[in-house]
Ligand binder design. Structure first.
Ligand code: NAP
Length: 288
């Protein structure tokens, strides 16, 4: 495993396991499988509605001999839990309870909406108390990152963003680098969109190294110093996605992959008001 030393000094695995869109009744088994494959970083969120099941798997792992310190557990606070500092704090306590943990390795603000600043203050306080080892954000574009860093002086450890061969975000990465914020890719495989697993360029590169498209994509991100959390419910694919540390893509192959960039989201443009409205309201009722 390769690790990233974050700007707060904490050490985080470059490769982890994401549990978005894993049904709650499958989550415990999937996370247990992922941990048995070797994954130690697990990424969930309040809005994935599977924190309890993720927590049950973490407990099984710890009871089976995996040390808590080996695990790197992330969750994310959802928009509708960020109405006030009191509500944010309560929801973080609830997440800890659901996960069965007394500290989190990472807490992210999931979306750049609602009371970001009040929530950030709560998160900073909990970091100082040791309840949160690292704090970060997700889906923050360059202007939001600059605003948070300049106006609070508390620089996020990481920013989790859509990033895959069709949306490479080099300009945003430069801004994050300038602040010392690590870049974490979500939807590294674009959730299979654009027929990524059959992409000819990625396939031909994979053939050269005896690797699959999925492995090429993860390796390409890791070589860009971008952390990854591929999701799979299939244990064979979990193994495949984990096996990316025994080869190095050449500069020419890195450049060839950069030609796939369309510089367009395949999911959400957070600056689009209709999209923002949808995201803000989609799970509002579940967070009353
Ligand atoms: N912060 C955010 O706003 C945000 C948003 C989205 C996601 N995320 C995080 O990022 C993680 C990953 O993103 P994602 O789940 O959206 O998408 P993803 O990792 O790009 O794609 C997952 C899809 O790829 C398939 N897959 C996985 N490995 C494969 C392989 N080796 N070969 C072929 N197909 C493969 C999976 O199918 P099977 O499961 O059937 O194998 C699933 O359909 C999430 O789980 C979540 O933790 C964060």
């Amino acid at each position: 495993m390769q690790y990233k030393i974050l700007n707060d000094g904490n050490k985080m695995p470059m490769l982890g396991f994401g549990v978005f869109q894993i049904e709650p009744n499958l989550t415990q088994k999937c996370v247990e499988d992922a941990i048995s494959v070797g994954y130690r970083s697990i990424d969930t969120a309040q809005a994935y509605f599977n924190e309890e099941q993720t927590g049950a798997a973490l407990r099984t792992a710890i009871e089976g001999g995996v040390k808590r310190e080996e695990l790197f557990v992330t969750t994310k606070i959802w928009i509708n839990n960020m109405d006030s500092e009191t509500k944010a704090l309560k929801s973080i306590e609830t997440s800890l309870k659901k996960l069965g943990l007394d500290y989190l390795d990472m807490l992210l603000i999931h979306q750049p909406y609602n009371d970001i600043y009040g929530t950030w203050r709560v998160m900073k306080r909990l970091k100082d108390e040791g309840v949160l080892k690292s704090i970060g954000v997700s889906n923050f574009y360059a202007d939001r990152v600059a605003d948070l860093c300049e106006n609070t002086g508390v620089v996020p450890a990481i920013n989790q963003l859509e990033c895959h061969p069709f949306y490479q975000r080099e300009a945003l990465k430069k801004v994050l680098d300038s602040y010392g914020v690590a870049f974490w890719s979500w939807a590294s495989f674009a959730e299979g969109k654009n027929d990524i697993f059959k992409n000819q360029i990625l396939q031909s590169i994979g053939d050269k190294y005896g690797k699959s498209v999925a492995q090429v994509v993860l390796r390409w991100l890791i070589q860009r110093d971008i952390l990854v959390i591929p999701k799979s419910v299939n244990v064979e694919r979990m193994r495949e996605n984990f096996d990316v540390f025994d080869f190095t893509l050449s500069d020419d192959d890195m450049k060839l992959i950069s030609t796939l960039d369309t510089d367009k989201t395949l999911f959400f443009d957070h600056t689009d008001s209709e999209r923002a409205k949808w995201i803000i309201n989609v799970w509002k009722d579940k967070f009353k």
